[in-house]
Design a protein around this ligand. Structure first.
Ligand SMILES: NC(=O)C1=CN([C@@H]2O[C@H](COP(=O)(O)OP(=O)(O)OC[C@H]3O[C@@H](n4cnc5c(N)ncnc54)[C@H](O)[C@@H]3O)[C@@H](O)[C@H]2O)C=CC1
Ligand SMILES: C[N+](C)(C)CC(=O)CC(=O)[O-]
Length: 326
């Protein structure tokens, strides 16, 4: 691959392509970190929605601490993909999760972006190997998988495909760190990366319980927020379970509970997402929301994440719980 033109520490101009929930979240994050951001999204009402999302995120970002010079005025929404990436030093793609669309879009971005500039996809699960098949220079294409909302949740999972240059993956990881993210760089492609593979297992079991009438949506949510979720904000599932073994640690935990891995509560197949299950999940979420609008829930979530970051000593002036390495 041609070497990236700009060192990760020197990047000032970022392009965000696709500006929905995640693309908009990335825009808010990069603006708060002081970058100039150009965004493109083909939807007719995209700019209005994007600016609304950024405005809604700004109080949380201000509370987290804006980088010097950070401003919503640094956002330019442009009418074409080519204009978005023409002078970009980094490109973040956040279009819908559709393999053919991603392939085509990444090829177009590759054709339009300056040589050497790294292009990252927000995909939730497609391996880059499958997405980079039609690009002229697949070496610069990486996955940069964020978590919603990207302006508050630190983690980004970075992984290349079979045709990705290791330098591009390393460059992307360093860039995200400079931009205030917590990065896991994977050395191989794993379906669902790491966190989504774990989340999907939880989600699959939740859907089984709803489909079977074993638990309501609210009970499932409460079981996490009043239970394991409290621990997971600062100690992951492995160390948490090591403590379940008492003074014997993980070894005792495995001796004691290992056989239960074969118990019937472990299910391997996803349930059929039929209309009944679909309706139950949607209606259950309305009950759990208890009259709160999506905008109210977003504000509540944002404040909750900030409170957790602060309580666990991971909130500082430069946002997203990371020191500014620039
Ligand atoms: N929603 C989530 O919690 C997360 C989503 N992701 C990933 O982020 C990506 C975007 O997902 P969301 O933001 O949730 O979807 P979304 O539906 O909210 O936004 C997608 C945006 O892409 C635009 N779009 C449609 N066709 C396009 C094209 N050809 N080129 C550029 N933009 C196009 C749409 O107008 C829309 O604004 C997906 O790959 C998804 O898997 C990653 C992490 C979390
Ligand atoms: C629902 N989702 C699979 C798109 C979620 C993610 O990919 C990450 C997240 O934000 O939890």
């Amino acid at each position: 691959m041609t070497s990236p033109l700009t060192a990760p520490e020197g990047v000032r101009r970022v392009a965000c392509v696709g500006a929905g929930v995640i693309g908009g979240g990335w825009v808010a994050h990069f603006l708060a970190r002081g970058y100039d951001v150009k965004a493109w999204d083909p939807a007719p009402d995209a700019e209005q929605k994007l600016r609304r999302l950024v405005d809604a995120a700004w109080p949380a970002l201000t509370e987290m601490g804006l980088a010097d010079g950070a401003s919503r005025d640094r956002l330019t929404v442009v009418p074409t993909l080519e204009e978005a990436v023409a002078d970009a030093e980094f490109v973040q793609e956040s279009a819908p999760e559709d393999l053919d669309l991603k392939r085509d879009l990444l090829s177009r971005l590759d054709a339009a972006a300056p040589a050497g500039v790294v292009i990252a996809s927000s995909t939730s699960g497609y391996p880059m190997t499958d997405m980079q098949t039609t690009a002229a220079t697949p070496a610069r294409l990486v996955v940069g998988h964020p978590f919603n909302p990207p302006y508050l949740i630190p983690l980004v999972e970075v992984v290349g495909g079979e045709q990705t240059d290791a330098d591009a993956t390393a460059w992307a990881s360093r860039f995200y760190e400079v931009a205030g993210k917590s990065v896991i760089t994977m050395d191989r492609e794993v379906p669902g990366f790491i966190a989504n593979r774990l989340q999907e297992a939880l989600w699959r079991e939740a859907l089984h319980m709803i489909a079977n009438g074993e638990a309501t949506v609210k009970e499932i949510d409460d079981s996490i927020t009043e239970g394991p979720g409290l621990r997971w904000a600062f100690m992951g599932p492995m160390l948490t379970f090591a403590l379940a073994g008492g003074e014997g640690g993980m070894a005792h935990m495995l001796d004691h509970f290992g056989p239960s891995l074969k118990s019937p509560w472990t299910r391997l197949e996803a349930p059929e997402l039929d209309k009944q299950l679909y309706d139950s999940v949607v209606a259950g979420c309305d009950v759990a929301a208890d009259g709160r609008s999506i905008a109210e829930l977003v504000a509540e979530r944002d404040q909750g994440v900030i409170d957790v970051l602060r309580a666990t000593g991971r909130l500082n002036k430069n946002g997203n719980g990371k020191a500014d390495p620039r």
